[in-house]
Structure formats: C-alpha cells, structure tokens
Design a protein around this ligand. Sequence first.
Ligand code: FMN
Length: 203
Amino acid sequence: MVKVVGLGGSLAHVSRSRVAVHRALAGAEGAGAETELLDLRALDLPMYNPDLADPTEAAEHLIESCYSADGMIWSSPLYQGTVSGAFKNALDWLHLLGDRDPPYLHDKVIGLLGAAGGAHALQAINTMEFSVRALRGWAVPYVVPVARHVFDDEARILDEGVATRLETLGREVVRVAERFVEDDTLDREEECARSAEVVAAAA
Ligand SMILES: Cc1cc2nc3c(=O)[nH]c(=O)nc-3n(C[C@H](O)[C@H](O)[C@H](O)COP(=O)(O)O)c2cc1C
C-alpha cells in the first residue's frame, strides 16, 4: 500500500484549497492508498528561519510525514499571482531534509492543484512545479486548477466535474507512485550511494 500525503489549504477557517486537497486524497484512498492531510491551518507552522534549525513539533511532523510518503498532493490558494506565503513556508521547512539519504523528496510522486478567485490557479501550480524539481520530486502531468465559483460559501464543491477531476488527480498519484515503489532498480538508498560515487569520481 502506498502512502499519499496531502499538503496545503489556507489559514482561513473556510478554505477551498483545503477542501480540494481533501477530495483529491479521497481519490487516492479509493485507489488503495493510505492517506494523511497536512492541513496548514491546523499545523500552524512558525516561519522557517535558517539560523534556528531545530524544527518545532509541528515542523517535525511536517518533515517526517513528507519524507515517509510515496506520493504527495500539494494544494495552495493563489495569492498575488503565486502560491501563498504559508504554503511556501511549509516547503521551506523541507530544506531540513537536505542531509537525508536520499535527500529531500527524492523519487516521490507529486500531484498539484491550486484554488484561485478567478481562472488563474494554474499560476500557483506552475510555481509549485519549480519547487517539485528543487526538492527532487516528480510532478504528474495531470493538474487541477480550481476557480472560486465551483464552491458555495461553505466551500462545498458544487461542480461534480471538478470533484471528479480532483479524485482523478489522487488516483493518478497512486498509479505512478506504485510504479516507483515496485521498481527494484529504484532502491532509494542504493541509488543515492551510487549517485554519490558517480559525483565523487567525476570531481
Ligand atoms: C491575499 C490574497 C491574495 C489573493 N490573490 C489572488 C490572485 O492573485 N488571483 C486570484 O485569482 N485570486 C486571488 N485571491 C483569491 C484566492 O485565491 C481564493 O479566494 C482562494 O479560494 C483562496 O483559497 P482558500 O479558499 O483555500 O482560502 C487572493 C486572496 C487573498 C486572501
């Protein structure tokens, strides 16, 4: 069974990006995954400060959950044309995975979705993709931008087509993550050691 961790939501009480990632996780669960939601409002992370490297309990939970995942689903609101500060701060905490073997989110499969006031949620998704690469993950090509009008005031999803797309994203992450897990040639520790040897030999 693969583990899929959802990361996101806004700090607001009623959050469309939280509801959306919840629905995508339901899709992952339906495809047989164990799931966990890292809700940024509930986590209440402090700002990452490189001078204070010891993670708080919440940050440690974030870091260990992300590292233990086979797949992730990221969900941010669109704030000023990009991801929210709270979402980016959560990614900044993952910097502490840099000295693990393998480092960061190496070989984890990541599904991306964004929630916006209008039609531009894809901008948040495109921004996230830079971070997926920086953290050594693999973004699935299928993404789900969601506009505010598909929700009611309590953030219930009104459009079944959008709900289906969110669940499809969850299933897609499971489908690809299972391939990574089943691939013996992608043993994470061995692969990292091999890469380190190649790098040392080239130096
Ligand atoms: C600070 C702030 C900045 C925003 N900037 C944008 C924006 O640039 N473009 C846009 O389409 N919507 C923007 N919105 C609207 C949010 O993306 C939208 O309401 C989204 O649903 C918020 O996510 P949430 O429901 O998870 O809190 C902004 C909202 C806030 C509070």
